[in-house]
Design a protein around this ligand. Structure first.
Ligand SMILES: NC(=O)c1ccc[n+]([C@@H]2O[C@H](COP(=O)([O-])OP(=O)(O)OC[C@H]3O[C@@H](n4cnc5c(N)ncnc54)[C@H](OP(=O)(O)O)[C@@H]3O)[C@@H](O)[C@H]2O)c1
Length: 314
């Protein structure tokens, strides 16, 4: 069993990773920023972590010596920090180099395969940050694994189908809605990530989650939801030209969002390339793992009355 340290463990994906690590029997640690006394949600979450046996280290990412000391107590590092903190991972890499004992580093990615594809500028800027972290990991001498998990299932069901807003019968379709994307449920991404982080076969490799039953189009997703809910949704199409225009919005958040939507749902950049010989296909690595299908994820949302989808520790 490994000693797994998670950075970003209190976040959306991080909570799943922490739980997956504990369930897999690893000694599990999180490095979190000092908690403000009024932050009840985070304090409660940390209490739950502790009750499950997670060791908590509090500190900032620029406390180099503290980081080195913490890293010397573990052997595996998984980072699930959000996009604004991507470049902060250089600080973690520097500390891992000094600590000298880390057997595997999994940086925060969990999206498209960034060394392929040519997204629009706002999304390209994020991809470029991920590439910089990849190159820093490769040059660090620390064994690494990159995880391209493609589209988080529950995240995009919420986004497209707004299942908690039954009065809203409209669904926006980007482009023709026919491009295929790769759908992966958050819990599965977390469990695969913990597996690959401790698997000798994935050392210095790129793992891609393109789960065969979960390669679907936006129109497929809508039609499955319509069947389950016995509702017909009104489709509002936004043409590719319009999506490109929206990606030039002065709001950075909107520009990035439309850049992402264009890459995944208009151009199909999660599925429009063949896996190369060196790519590690998560399904081939773990053929016995029963991943959650799109229909099973939609079933999670078919509760009456609908409840917001929440991270696994909440
Ligand atoms: N492909 C997809 O569909 C999809 C969907 C969602 C996310 N993702 C990816 O998954 C990864 C994790 O994203 P997420 O949404 O789970 O992250 P998140 O919830 O936004 O944040 C994770 C953690 O970052 C820490 N953090 C926030 N601000 C910070 C700061 N200023 N300095 C240091 N730490 C800070 C927080 O931890 P503390 O406060 O405890 O320190 C937080 O819990 C990202 O790479 C993201 O792109 C992919």
């Amino acid at each position: 069993m490994s000693k797994i340290l998670v950075f970003g463990g209190t976040g959306y994906l991080g909570q799943y990773v922490v739980k997956a690590s504990i369930l897999a029997g690893h000694q599990t640690y999180v490095y979190v920023r000092p908690t403000k006394s009024g932050d009840i949600r985070k304090l409660q979450l940390l209490e739950k972590f502790q009750a499950m046996g997670v060791t908590i280290f509090q500190g900032e990412l620029d406390e180099h010596q503290k980081l080195v000391k913490v890293l010397r107590q573990v052997d595996t590092v998984i980072v699930t920090l959000g996009v604004p903190q991507y470049m902060e991972q250089l600080k973690i890499i520097e500390a891992m180099k000094e600590a000298g004992n880390i057997k595997r580093f999994v940086p925060s990615e969990f999206g498209n395969e960034v060394d392929r594809g040519s997204p629009l500028p706002p999304f390209e800027a994020i991809a470029e940050k991920k590439r910089k972290i990849r190159r820093a990991a490769e040059n660090s001498g620390i064994p690494y694994t990159f995880v391209s998990s493609n589209s988080m299932g529950a995240y995009f069901v919420n986004f497209f189908l707004h299942p908690y807003d039954e009065k809203n019968n409209k669904v926006t379709v980007y482009g023709t809605g026919e491009a295929k994307f790769a759908f992966s449920f958050e819990k599965d991404v977390a469990e695969y990530t913990v597996e690959v982080a401790t698997d000798p076969r994935t050392k210095n490799g790129l793992v891609i989650c393109r789960l065969p039953k979960n390669v679907i189009s936006q129109l497929d997703l809508i039609s499955r939801w319509e069947k389950k809910t016995r509702r017909t949704m009104e489709k509002i199409y936004i043409s590719e030209e319009e999506v490109i225009k929206l990606s030039q919005s002065p709001s950075e958040q909107d520009a990035v969002a439309y850049g992402i939507l264009h890459s995944i749902f208009v151009k199909g950049e999660q599925t429009n390339f063949e896996l190369k010989e060196n790519d590690l296909d998560v399904v081939k690595l773990y053929p016995e793992y029963k991943y959650t299908t799109v229909d099973e994820v939609l079933d999670i949302f078919m509760v009456d009355p609908p409840k917001p989808f929440i991270a696994s520790f909440a």
